[in-house]
Design a protein around this ligand. Structure first.
Ligand code: G3H
Ligand code: 13P
Ligand code: ZN
Length: 336
């Protein structure tokens, strides 16, 4: 049993309380490799922001779960080297799909886990989530549950259609399960193609797709039922068009990729939404930078010469999200 506190990590309880009271959201960035982790820690340390490092099942398979855990431990030390005396870093399992995977992460030093029973019938989601909460809370590990279904790919689960969270279910779910935070569905979705072109309008000047707005009425109804309770938004990449354009101009093919406009995420951050998940934007930044180098310097074969620019672009992206979208800059308790 590895105690996350001995690794210098924190759970999400205090982070979320402060975020709700302060009208901002904590960034939850997925990582799969060293460059992403370096960029996340550099950006969050330089802006003095708390941060959640997210590890999906796919990331555990790709990078090896032991290595990922030691990387997170190293991240705490790296943040200190960068001048954060008391970094607030949570290591979180993203989309845990069974009790066993959640338990293995808790036993292995994660400070927070998500149990995603959103595709299950309601009662089974409650029972599974409750089981994870009972285990996690023995070790002061926080748990995120999910109600409602996001369209898009969640690891192996592909949901064609999204179903908004039903506000009338949230009190029952939260009280029966004891979860610390709740992921909801209000129109976000995973990946770089969040909306079909027919769901959007087109900007007559640029020809780019303009997505439909998020269902803030559903969010409001949920907040009314659960005043002050931490809400989580998955699928919150904004799919920056400059990255899409760079990718397409350098041999890529991402037609009609579209995300959530940042003003809407800014608005959500000021509410009880206190954790915002971003993965695809980092993938796009990485790919854009690498494609550009490959296209402009075809003789280059030193990975540092293309992973380095990718890391720089991701750092810029994370800093922008922290400062201008989520509002989590300068929110560490110890700014020293
Ligand atoms: O929610 C999905 C995350 O973006 C993780 O994606 O399962 O491909 O690692 P992944
Ligand atoms: P994006 O695909 O929008 O980045 O969402 C990531 C996510 O929700 C991870 O759980
Ligand atoms: Zn997600």
């Amino acid at each position: 049993m590895v105690d996350y506190k001995s690794l210098g990590l924190v759970n999400t309880r205090e982070m979320f309380k402060k975020a709700i009271n302060g009208g901002y959201a904590i960034p939850a960035f997925n990582f799969n490799n060293m460059e992403q982790l370096q960029a996340i820690i550099k950006a969050s340390s330089e802006t003095k922001s708390p941060v959640i490092l997210q590890v999906s099942k796919g990331a555990r398979n790709y990078a090896n779960q032991t290595l990922l855990r030691y990387m997170a431990q190293g991240a705490v030390e790296y943040a200190k080297e960068l001048g954060c005396n008391h970094p607030e870093i949570a290591l979180h399992l993203d989309h845990g799909d069974s009790f066993e995977v959640c338990k293995s992460c808790i036993d292995f030093g994660f400070s927070s886990v998500m149990i995603d029973g959103s595709a299950l019938p309601y009662d089974e989601n409650v029972a599974l989530t409750r089981k994870v909460v009972e285990y996690a809370h023995q070790f002061d590990v926080t748990v995120e549950g999910e109600l409602g279904v996001l369209a898009g790919v969640e690891d192996d689960v592909v949901a064609e259609e999204s179903h908004y969270t039903k506000p009338e279910e949230v009190i029952d779910f939260v009280s029966k399960t004891g979860v610390d935070s709740l992921a909801i569905s209000i129109g976000t979705s995973h990946g770089a193609y969040k909306f079909k072109p027919e769901q959007c309008t087109r900007d007559p000047k640029t020809g780019k797709l303009v997505p439909p707005p998020l269902a803030f009425d559903v969010l409001d109804a949920i907040m009314e039922k659960l005043p002050g309770f931490p809400i989580v938004l998955h699928g919150s990449s904004s799919v920056p068009q400059e990255y899409v354009d760079t990718i397409n101009a350098n041999g890529g093919k991402l037609p009609d990729a579209v995300g959530i406009p940042e003003e809407q995420l800014r608005k959500a951050s000021k509410s009880a939404v206190c954790k915002i998940n971003i993965d695809s934007d980092s993938r796009l930044a990485f790919t854009a930078a690498v494609r550009k180098v490959f296209n402009e310097k075809p003789a280059e074969f030193d990975p540092r010469k293309y992973c380095g620019p990718a890391r720089d672009l991701m750092t810029e992206l994370y800093e922008h999200k922290i400062k201008n979208v989520l509002g989590s800059e300068n929110r560490l308790a110890d700014l020293g």
